[in-house]
Design a protein around this ligand. Structure first.
Ligand SMILES: Cc1cc2nc3c(=O)[nH]c(=O)nc-3n(C[C@H](O)[C@H](O)[C@H](O)COP(=O)(O)OP(=O)(O)OC[C@H]3O[C@@H](n4cnc5c(N)ncnc54)[C@H](O)[C@@H]3O)c2cc1C
Length: 434
């Protein structure tokens, strides 16, 4: 493997974690990351580039619970990740048996942690009553896990990218338009929008929400319909918003846990509230998850808006209201006077089961897919590269190979609360729609 050359498109957590793993395992291999944004740019389109992300192992799916524990141990102990992890705990308002299932998973995995299912009347009083005025309608109990927390997402991403470059990874800023194929049909490289070609023995797409569009472009340019993602991957957007707390509120909220409002699939996605950053900014993500379906070379596909920055800072009012709603269901009267600022639309790649795709692409040898964070991928940053490398080497254990496969049977999206149920065009300002 040391003589292999690896081209990784996309410098989010999937791509960077893979590059970091490969360069440590094979210091003399050629490992190159290509991304449309510089790794230290002021603003990036990557979902992984963010002020903060929840880092938790509170999963009802035992496989992700186990992987998240593995990742969290690294966040907690590895000097590269440790400065960015904050073990604030999590306060998860549950409308199903979620708390019990998570506690069971910890038990099955033999993992001891301070976590419990707390009755609502007791939970309201925790953390100085920060969540006293939250919406508890239909709530069964509250999962309190003192070992969960959050990470300074963009800072950690920058640190691991910088370290990878120091170890020998090349980083190229370029917009990739298509893929290159050899005479035998194998993928041999990538082509930029400016026409430059880069070749490698393995091409790994870690392109997040842009993946279906890129594959469609490559399928059309090469005349190989099998390259297209088909129904496997859907690009979806969600809004985040922040408020800067005044000193008084900051004193009260500085030590808060991550807050989650959990809903059932019938009601909608779970909503989150993250503790204040060093700039005293408290963040939410909203409940409206949407596609942006457009005609890409004759096929209707969801993709981020075509602007180079995905128009991520142009947030229409109906989506800003989604953040007001999120504030209301967490803090009620306590947050009623907060001014909402810094809205962003963040794009990620989804599968119907919310499973990642970490797999060879069956349409061409030499082509691999490692993405589809499905709105929960960040927390696995420290371990993703290990599993992508196992996949590249045919070493993934069968359970994971099956779960993350390019070609597998997928459930319908009905039971997935996070599946995008809106179209972006229906959520624009009325004026903008005319
Ligand atoms: C609002 C929001 C909140 C979230 N909260 C959490 C959370 O709290 N905890 C958690 O664990 N997960 C969370 N997630 C999910 C997590 O952020 C994503 O699953 C994960 O970051 C996806 O990583 P990625 O590497 O696949 O994609 P990305 O981070 O999006 O990276 C893809 C990269 O590919 C590059 N790229 C794409 N196409 C091209 C091209 N053609 N040419 C060149 N470069 C290209 C992009 O520039 C980008 O840098 C959240 C997601 C969103 C949207």
């Amino acid at each position: 493997m040391a003589s292999e050359s690896y081209l990784i498109v996309g410098a989010g957590v999937f791509g960077v974690s893979t590059a970091y793993e490969l360069i440590r395992k094979y210091p003399s291999a050629s490992v190159t990351i290509v991304d449309r944004d510089a790794w230290d740019a002021e603003s990036r389109v990557a979902a992984s580039w963010d002020w903060n992300k929840v880092v938790r192992a509170d999963y009802d799916d035992i496989i992700y619970c186990k992987l998240a524990l593995e990742a969290q141990d690294i966040f907690r102990d590895d000097p590269l990740y440790q400065p960015y992890f904050h073990q604030t705990g999590i306060y998860w308002i549950c409308r199903s048996d979620y708390a019990g299932e998570v506690i069971d998973n910890y038990k099955k995995l033999g993992r001891k942690a301070e976590l419990s299912a707390v009755p609502v009347s007791e939970a309201r009083k925790l953390y100085g009553g920060l969540f006293e005025d939250a919406d508890y309608s239909g709530v069964k109990d509250v999962l309190v896990n003192k070992t969960s927390g959050w990470a300074n997402a963009g800072d950690a991403l920058r640190a691991v990218t910088k370290k990878s470059i120091e170890l020998g990874v090349k980083y190229i800023v370029a917009d990739i338009e298509s893929l290159q194929f050899g005479k035998n049909g194998a993928c041999t490289g990538i082509k930029t929008a400016k026409g430059h070609v880069y070749l490698a023995s393995k091409v790994i797409l870690c392109t997040g929400a842009f993946t279906p569009k890129l594959l469609e472009q490559a399928a059309k340019a090469s005349g190989k319909p099998a390259i297209s993602a088909g129904e496997r991957i859907v690009a979806a957007g969600i809004t985040t918003g922040m408020t800067t707390l005044d000193e008084e509120s900051h004193k009260r909220f500085a030590e808060m846990p991550v807050g989650v409002q959990g809903y059932t699939a019938a009601a909608g996605p779970f909503i989150g509230s993250l503790p204040p950053t060093r700039d005293r900014e408290l963040k939410w993500w909203g409940q409206k998850i949407f596609r942006n379906t457009q005609n890409i070379l004759g096929r209707m596909i969801s993709a981020p808006p075509p602007e180079p920055d995905y128009a991520q800072w142009k947030v229409p009012n109906p989506l800003k209201q989604d953040i007001d709603y999120a504030n209301h269901v967490f803090y009620g009267k306590n947050g009623a006077s907060w001014k909402m600022e810094k809205h962003r639309i963040c794009w990620d790649a989804f599968t119907t089961s919310s499973d990642f795709i970490i797999s060879p692409h069956s349409g061409a040898e030499g082509l691999y897919i490692a993405t589809c964070g499905s709105f929960h991928g960040y927390k696995f940053f420290p371990v993703l590269g290990k599993y992508v490398t196992q996949m590249l080497e045919g070493q993934l254990e069968p359970e994971l190979r099956e779960k993350w496969s390019w070609d597998r049977e997928r459930p319908g999206p009905e039971n997935n609360p996070d599946w995008p149920r809106y179209e972006m065009r229906d959520l624009l300002d009325v004026k903008a729609r005319l």
